[in-house]
Design a protein around this ligand. Structure first.
Ligand code: 3NM
Length: 215
């Protein structure tokens, strides 16, 4: 797996655009996908679709956009959807489907990402068949309602020598903390608010990529 795709990893779903319709949210997501991000994760939580078809159409359309842009399309949690859409990858949490079962279903060519929330999970994940890890929340986040206690950059730095897999930091990450995170050796950042809260996501994405490049 080319870990460069982790650099500026954009996560979003319709729930991140309260008050907007699913299709309005889609437009916003597409705009950010086009801003220079290096990967997109389709993460829909608590959204009430009219029917299964509507969810599939939304995901399909976002997959097609990612394909045109040449960035990986990763599905959060839902291995069946990832397979149905021939997604580039699937991202699993600690409480989602077991990674070894998912690997059997998706085969070797699909990327599998795994969330880890502490040093114990990080150590255990080294033996898993994950292609990359998402570690967090690094900072407090309002975006994930069931997020665990923030790890903090210092603790994360101490955990890094135990890690040999490509890794992204996630949770409450803004540009001001980026240099510290790059310094401790992470491969990228996975963000929601940083990009959807900006009027200039292209400038944000460029800053992220430049900061990693300069290191
Ligand atoms: N997962 P924001 S934190 C989706 O800790 C997600 O595993 C997390 O959003 C984890 O950039 C998080 O707005 C939310 O803080 C990230």
């Amino acid at each position: 797996m080319n870990k460069e795709f982790l650099r500026c990893y954009f996560i979003a779903g319709p729930q991140n655009f309260p008050g907007l319709s699913i299709w309005e949210a889609q437009e916003k997501i597409v705009l950010i996908m086009k801003s220079g991000v290096t990967a997109y994760q389709f993460r829909d939580k608590g959204i009430v679709y009219q029917n299964d078809r509507q969810r599939l159409e939304l995901a399909q359309s976002l997959r097609d956009t990612a394909r045109k842009l040449g960035i990986p399309f990763i599905v959060n949690d839902d291995v069946g959807l990832a397979i149905a859409l021939k997604a580039d990858g699937v991202h699993l949490g600690q409480n989602d489907e077991k990674l070894s079962d998912a690997r059997q279903k998706v085969g070797r060519s699909m990327i599998i990402g795994l969330s880890v929330n502490n040093a114990t999970e990080l150590a255990k994940a080294q033996e898993s068949q994950a292609d990359y890890l998402g570690v967090g929340p690094v900072y407090p986040t309002l975006t994930k309602t069931d997020a665990t206690h923030p790890i903090g950059v210092q603790e994360l730095g101490k955990m890094m020598p135990q890690n040999h897999l490509p890794i992204v930091g996630i949770g409450g990450i803004g540009l001001s903390v980026l240099p510290e995170l790059v310094h401790i050796g992470i491969d990228g950042i996975a963000v929601i608010s940083l990009l959807i809260g900006s009027n200039h996501p292209d400038t944000v994405a460029k800053t992220v990529l430049d900061t990693f490049k300069a290191h």
